[in-house]
Ligand binder design. Sequence first.
Ligand code: HEC
Length: 128
Amino acid sequence: MSCRPWSPRCRAAVVVPLLVVGCVDAGHQSVATVLGGDATRGAQAIGTYGCGSCHMIPGINGATGTAAPPLTSFASRTSVAGEVSNTPPQLVAWIMNPQAIEPGTAMPNLGVRAADARDIAAYLYTLR
Ligand code: HEC
């Protein structure tokens, strides 16, 4: 690179590649960032609320339930319970109150707090 340090031309050569890397990176970790959820805390919350007694959930100790659909590859699903499209707000809403989305569903309301639901959703979106 033949430019004086901090001349505008020189800065452009340095800054532009940094911006591109930043954008690619943001796209990569989209869900956890958008939700403000934390996947590590989500994994713990899944254990606390006992989701694994009904669901098979990869990466969660003892989550081998068979009463409900497995939550494998959840990030690649198009819908939540076949009812609503699989977006972060709708997944959080389902986790907090599935009966509101599908009245009569066999998934009970477990009284999941909003912050816990965001963390759990962040974890489920790590399952690709
Ligand atoms: C008592 C059993 C039970 C427990 C406990 C339970 N679920 Fe469910 N869950 C179900 C059933 C049954 C369905 C299928 C609902 C339907 O399609 O009507 C379901 C559906 C789901 C779905 C949608 C799955 C799909 O295929 O689209 C998600 C996501 C989910 N549960 C997350 C959770 C989370 C997170 C927890 C813990 C906070 C949890 N569940 C606890 C029974 C349970």
